[in-house]
Design a protein around this ligand. Structure first.
Ligand SMILES: [Zn+2]
Ligand SMILES: [Zn+2]
Length: 146
């Protein structure tokens, strides 16, 4: 966030943040998209548009789904730093994809609530390997240990 991005006066201003996104990516084998633009110290791909910074992953998500992402955006496609719109997941699509995977490998649970009574429909999430967990219990555990 601290590194200023210099504006280039000679250039035509971009029509949209999506246009800037596309100008800063290059395709990689396997349908991935590599980010060639600015990234902050933590490796987060960013676009400056209309005076504010936009996360490349959130732009990619909007391109693919036509709506604002819910919660955290990430890719889980095996290429670190990939920003391919089809590979970006938000909390909702990540949960859906992992639930489908859990069911595929037989790890989905028929329980309608966790042991402490949180409704599964609202609070059940899945780890990358398909193991289910309760988000509400997880949040409580994080608060306690913080
Ligand atoms: Zn990818
Ligand atoms: Zn719970």
């Amino acid at each position: 966030m601290s590194t200023p991005i210099k504006s280039r006066p000679g250039k035509r201003p971009a029509a949209s943040v999506e246009e800037l996104f596309h100008a800063r990516t290059e395709p990689v084998d396997g349908g991935h998209l590599r980010w060639t633009g600015y990234a902050n110290k933590r490796g987060l791909a960013l676009v400056r548009y209309a005076g504010s910074l936009h996360t490349a992953l959130r732009i990619a998500f909007r391109i693919q789904h036509g709506r604002e992402p819910v919660g955290h955006c990430s890719t889980d496609c095996g290429l670190p730093g990939c920003v391919a719109p089809a590979h970006v997941e938000d909390d909702a699509t990540r949960t859906r994809n992992r639930a489908a995977y859990a069911s595929l490998i037989g790890l989905d649970s028929p329980a309608e609530a966790c042991r402490r009574g949180h409704a599964a429909a609202e609070h059940r999430r899945y780890r990358r390997d398909g193991r289910p967990y309760c988000l509400a219990c997880n949040a409580t555990a994080a608060e306690t240990s913080a």
